[in-house]
Design a binder for this molecule. Structure first.
Ligand code: PLP
Length: 429
């Protein structure tokens, strides 16, 4: 039997990289088979090394809200690259992106650029612990906050897909300072804060769960987080690495009208280049070095190429009706999926906020990690592989969000709905 180019490359990759990948979610472990090796992306499409073309709903796991190789971003990068790729000194580009970010995200006055979402979270947690002189951080089951040591506790998709209950190498003393609660559960939140509130440095939350599949906050949940943290002097951290500039220009905090103390950003803010950021009020952020004593640094932070891509991305997103358009198309796709599922008599739960969506193969409402895990992952595996054969590329896990981009066409959405029907039918038989 002939092997594909992807298979050939995967075998080579496995010799020099752990599992052949640089991020475990890229491996096809939970769906069987080998990952596709991609060589080109344009608009809403990607091409693999075997010349197969796919409609892409991964979008680099969220950043590419304007699709691949958008001309405005590519042209700006071409202009910048000839001027040097890194200086390690301040540039006007950093001011421009920071000004855009603080003007768009309601709770931000001051922002520090880093290189990934993980770094943003790590730094925000350090700041929360530093200013409160407390150790405990509260997180929610199924929320992922990057591979920060103290956050790799019940951390959702990547670990859930691979069936990793807990991560070796995390110092017990650190893990014990991370308390976890079920997402959307206000009762347990209040019980914990009644007892431990004065020892809690902060709460970190994905305001819309995105790493156990999409799980929107129930009405009152985010409000309760704001209330208990205010009362106990703990820091409320919104991890908007996925939701920032994705569900609205001002992120989930503008959608639900809640003002966190600190916000973490990533993904979309980099326009496809590695950028993360964290920020809050000037008063709080002035505790960061060089103003304050809480140290955080980065050789490539605020990198001119990365800033350039971010600036162009935010300009594109600031055009009129971008988000209305994303909403319309995402609703259309999910409505089509829903109809398919009903026609075939398959149980599924659909969760969507704006252009991030999930179809869970379960008959339960998915409101937290427990209910997400009731999904039939074996069925997902068959569905995923059948969908790939139909030319549609989604994340290889039941516990990941799908992402619509501004450049998907109505025709492509109809094509995807057809492909979804065929793939469901095939998985069902
Ligand atoms: C992706 C993600 C991260 C981690 O960002 P990286 O850039 O992969 O380090 C953190 N938090 C959330 C909510 C994410 O979706």
């Amino acid at each position: 039997m002939n092997i594909t180019q992807s298979e050939r490359l995967f075998h080579k990759a496995c010799n020099v990289m752990p599992g052949g990948v640089n991020s475990p979610v890229r491996a096809f472990q939970s769906v069987g088979g080998n990952p596709l090796f991609l060589k080109k992306g344009y608009g809403s499409r990607v091409w693999d090394v075997d010349e197969n073309e796919y409609i892409d709903y991964v979008g680099s796991w969220g950043p590419l809200i304007f699709g691949h190789a958008h001309s405005q971003i590519v042209d700006a990068l071409k202009r910048q690259v000839g001027l040097g790729t890194s200086y390690g000194a301040p540039t006007e580009l950093e001011i421009e992106l920071a000004e855009q970010v603080v003007s768009l995200v309601p709770s931000l006055e001051v922002v520090r650029m880093v290189n990934s979402g993980t770094e943003a979270v790590m730094s925000a947690i350090r700041l929360a612990r530093g200013v409160t002189s407390r150790d405990i951080i509260v997180k929610f089951e199924g929320c992922y906050h990057g591979h920060v040591d103290s956050m790799l506790v019940k951390a959702g998709s990547g670990l859930a897909s691979l069936g990793i209950p807990e991560c070796p190498g995390i110092v017990e003393d650190l893990a014990k300072n991370t308390l976890t609660l079920p997402f959307n559960n206000v009762k347990k939140l209040r019980e914990l804060f009644d007892v431990e509130g004065d020892n809690i440095a902060g709460i970190i939350v994905e305001p819309i769960g995105g790493n156990m599949g999409v799980v929107p906050p129930k009405s009152g949940f985010l409000e309760a987080l704001r209330e208990v943290t205010k009362k106990t002097g703990s820091i409320l951290i919104f991890d908007e690495v996925m939701t920032g500039f994705r569900v609205a220009l001002g992120g989930a905090q503008s959608l639900y009208n809640i003002s966190p103390d600190l916000t973490c950003l990533g993904k979309v803010i980099g326009g496809g280049l590695p950028v993360g950021a964290y920020g809050g009020s000037k008063q709080l952020m002035d505790n960061i070095s060089p103003m304050g004593s809480i140290y955080q640094a980065g050789t490539l932070s605020g990198n001119p190429l990365a800033m350039t891509a971010g600036i162009e991305m935010l300009k594109l997103l600031s055009a009129p009706s971008v988000y209305d358009n994303l909403e319309y198309k995402s609703e259309k796709l999910c409505a089509g999926y829903k109809l398919n599922v009903e026609k075939l008599g398959i149980s599924a739960c659909f969760n969507r906020v704006g252009s991030m969506f999930s179809m869970f193969f379960t008959d339960q409402d998915v409101v937290d990690f427990e209910s997400a895990k009731s999904s039939n992952t074996k069925f997902f595996q068959s569905y995923f592989n059948a969908l790939l054969e139909e030319g549609v590329y989604i994340a290889p896990s039941q516990f990941e969000a799908g992402f619509m981009s501004a450049v998907h066409t109505n025709e492509e959405i109809e094509q995807t709905i057809d492909a979804n029907y065929k793939a469901l039918q095939k998985a069902y038989s």
